[in-house]
Design a protein around this ligand. Structure first.
Ligand SMILES: [Zn+2]
Length: 366
């Protein structure tokens, strides 16, 4: 922690979450495996012929990746319980077999983000009617520890060619727009990003299958022999690959609140809007949620107070994290009144000398 002149009168709290709170939809159907597929290192090595039959996938959501959507989890290639995406960074969780594309906030999901067919094909599985509900922390822990909690989600599965399929999971209830047996063209809306099934945040789980084997579309590999293995082939279009690998760190949201009493408040509620007008007798807390920090990143929160003092906490990330939350609380002064005026919160992530993400939020005490 850094020491600042104003800090000795502050109750500063800096907390991170070690665990991802994100969950999967696994491939929920089984098909005949292809006898020609060769088993290599715990996974299959697809033949050139099989790869030639693979579709080329577009981005499976109609979403702005600069402002609204990002990839929260890639495919896990880590051996055993190690978590490694194909970049050898940590944007995945153990045994994740797909790509999670999320909206940054719940409000964006509620406004509607279309999930679209990544390539043409025939719809072979459709499910709708499952309520959108974020898992609570107990359920998340249960899922992550024993994978016993796998809930059905609203989903669509498309068959693209003889052996290749794509799956679209966690769709929003009531939005599935296609029927079983229907032919769909690339880019055709299938439904909307939702919160159905085993998930704690709004996202699309995009899975690619070669028969009953789940394949990473970035590498055309399924195995868990580690991230150093070169990709066999990307199954994305060049444009899609560029979009889906552009940003690997960012900020979910930030704001002032009088209601943050512990990290649990932020684990499950960071996506909700918070009041930005505070009363003089309330606690003042500036909070932020982020994703994709790497070991060695400097993470800093500041509250610029009406009298010019700056409260600040800073830490160096000890490990890479899928996401995390931080908050900084100003205590109520002995007078029992917070100073009137404008408070400005600044959250930043510094990598080397470069600010890789930052956000500024304001609040007013009348
Ligand atoms: Zn997923």
């Amino acid at each position: 922690m850094l020491s600042t002149p104003g800090e000795n009168r502050l109750s500063a709290q800096l907390v991170s979450l070690a665990k991802s709170v994100a969950l999967i939809t696994v491939a929920l159907f089984s098909l005949q495996s292809n006898p020609k597929a060769q088993a290599v290192g715990g996974g299959i090595e697809l033949t050139a012929e099989q790869l030639a039959e693979a579709p080329e996938f577009s981005v499976p959501v109609d979403c702005d990746f600069d402002t609204t959507c990002f990839v929260q989890h890639y495919f896990d290639h880590g051996p055993g319980s190690r978590t490694q995406d194909h970049f050898c960074s940590g944007l995945t969780y153990n045994n994740h077999r797909g790509i999670d594309i999320r909206t940054t906030t719940l409000e964006q999901m509620e406004q509607g983000v279309n999930v679209i067919a990544a390539a043409e094909g025939e719809v072979i599985i459709v499910r709708d009617g499952v309520t959108d509900r974020a898992l609570n922390q107990r359920e998340v822990n249960e899922f992550l520890t024993n994978s016993g909690l796998v809930l059905k989600s609203n989903q669509v599965v498309i068959r693209h060619s003889r052996n290749w399929y794509s799956l679209y999971g966690h769709l929003k209830k009531g939005t599935v727009a296609v029927k079983k047996g229907q032919r769909v063209r690339r880019g055709q809306p299938l439904g909307e990003i939702g919160l159905s099934g085993s998930t704690s945040f709004p996202h699309l789980h995009f899975g690619v299958m070669f028969n009953n084997r789940v394949i990473d579309p970035f590498t055309a590999r399924e195995d868990d022999a580690g991230c150093q293995q070169p990709a066999r082939q990307s199954l994305w279009t060049e444009a899609a690959e560029a979009i889906l690998t552009k940003r690997k760190v960012g900020i979910l949201n930030a704001g002032f609140s009088d209601r943050v009493e512990g990290i649990d408040d932020l684990k499950t509620k960071p996506l909700l809007s918070r009041s930005q007008t505070l009363t003089s007798t309330q606690q003042i807390t500036f909070w932020s949620g982020h994703w994709g920090t790497q070991k060695g990143d400097h993470i800093t929160l500041e509250i610029h107070q009406p009298d010019g003092q700056i409260a600040r906490v800073s830490s160096v990330a000890e490990e890479s994290r899928v996401n995390g939350y931080h908050f900084l609380t100003l205590p109520l002064p002995p007078s029992g009144q917070q100073a009137s005026g404008r408070y400005v919160g600044v959250f930043s992530i510094l990598r080397g000398k470069k600010v890789v993400a930052s956000i500024t939020r304001g609040a007013v005490v009348p």
